[in-house]
Write a protein that binds this ligand. Structure first.
Ligand SMILES: [Zn+2]
Ligand SMILES: [Zn+2]
Length: 338
């Protein structure tokens, strides 16, 4: 079978590898589709500390069960499943307190220390990580579950109320997923800010977000007091800093984007105190993969419009070029070449 291997930072090869076998407690999945994510770019470039090279990348995927290992019950060959890539140790201080996403031995399929990833024709995964897909869910949608589950985790942190307003900084794939979940979650207003006019146009014309702008100032008329919820989805530290200006008194700022480690954002401490503002982070997935499947099945996300490009696995490098160009939204790679 073919697999995309990052042998060392900067070196990506599409390799012929042995098809994995299901060990005890595992199932083998034939990958239906796997999405490329910013984290893959970081792993390729050597900027993701948990990665152990060589690594088969890909952590946003679903597929069909083709082999069931010893001791696995309730799963059959032919089942269509999504795979939660989370590999928490289950035994550390944080895992024992229900905070597996903050595990002291944090690890994930396709990004950490694991023999296999989603950019391969087949992968063996722990049976506990698979979730059955609802009837009729496409592979495209299945490969969106993981990024949506990160958004759901953010909303579990945010705990917004029905009728609240939102502004999302960044109209890329993650910004658009956040905005769609906000709309699905009973928002009274969802605005988006981006400096790229074509992204704003797409957010408005394709995804129906009427209020898009290049800056917060342009949104003052519709939200003179600011927004109940400000979601930072650019991963740019300066934007994370300025995003505080959009928070209404009593409101919340969610840092969803991954800013470079070591950079500093400064906030007016008096303002945080005086206006009862909450600033919070959200990290990966925690008990949010299942709910992500449910809201996808309920139509929260326009999956067809989210996936702009699909490539067969042997064209992984062409797929990466599209990701790096920033022109598309979600770029996915299929398992077997079509
Ligand atoms: Zn991802
Ligand atoms: Zn742990």
């Amino acid at each position: 079978m073919r697999a995309v291997v990052v042998e060392k930072p900067g070196t990506v090869v599409i390799k012929e590898m042995e098809k994995p076998k299901a060990g005890p407690g595992q199932v083998v999945i034939q990958v239906g589709a796997c999405g490329i994510c910013g984290t893959d770019v970081h792993v390729i470039e050597g900027e993701f500390p948990p990665a152990v090279y060589p690594v088969v990348i890909g952590h946003e995927f679903g597929g069909e069960v083709v082999e069931v290992g010893e001791g696995v019950t309730g799963v059959a060959v032919g089942d269509r499943v999504g795979v939660d890539p989370t590999l928490n140790c289950g035994a550390c201080y944080f895992c024992q307190r229900g905070m597996g996403n903050l595990c002291e031995q944090w690890n994930g399929i396709g990004v950490g220390d694991y023999p296999g990833g989603g950019f391969a024709e087949y992968i063996a995964v722990p049976a506990g990580n698979i979730h059955p897909l609802p009837e009729g869910m496409s592979w495209q949608a299945a490969a969106l579950i993981e990024p949506v589950s990160c958004v759901v985790r953010g909303f579990h942190r945010l705990q917004p109320l029905v009728g609240e307003s939102y502004v999302v900084y960044g109209a890329g794939p993650m910004g658009l997923l956040n905005a769609q979940v906000a709309r699905f979650n009973g928002a009274s207003l969802v605005a988006m800010i981006d400096i790229n006019p074509s992204r704003l146009e797409r957010a408005r014309d394709v995804f129906g977000f009427a209020h898009v702008a290049a800056s917060l100032e342009e949104l003052r008329d519709i939200a003179p007091r600011g927004f109940d919820n400000v979601i930072e989805a650019t991963g740019v530290t300066k934007v994370a800093e300025r995003a505080i200006d959009g928070v209404k008194r009593g409101g919340k700022l969610l840092l969803f984007g991954v800013c470079p480690p070591g950079e500093t954002a400064s906030y007016d401490a008096f303002k945080i105190y005086n206006e009862e503002i909450t600033i919070m982070g959200t990290m990966a997935v925690l008990n949010s993969y299942g709910p992500a499947i449910d809201i996808l099945a309920a139509g929260a996300i326009d999956t067809e419009q989210m996936v702009t490009h699909t490539f067969p696995i042997d064209q992984f490098n062409a797929a990466m070029d599209v990701v790096r160009s920033g022109k598309g939204l979600k770029v996915q790679v299929g398992g077997p070449a079509s």
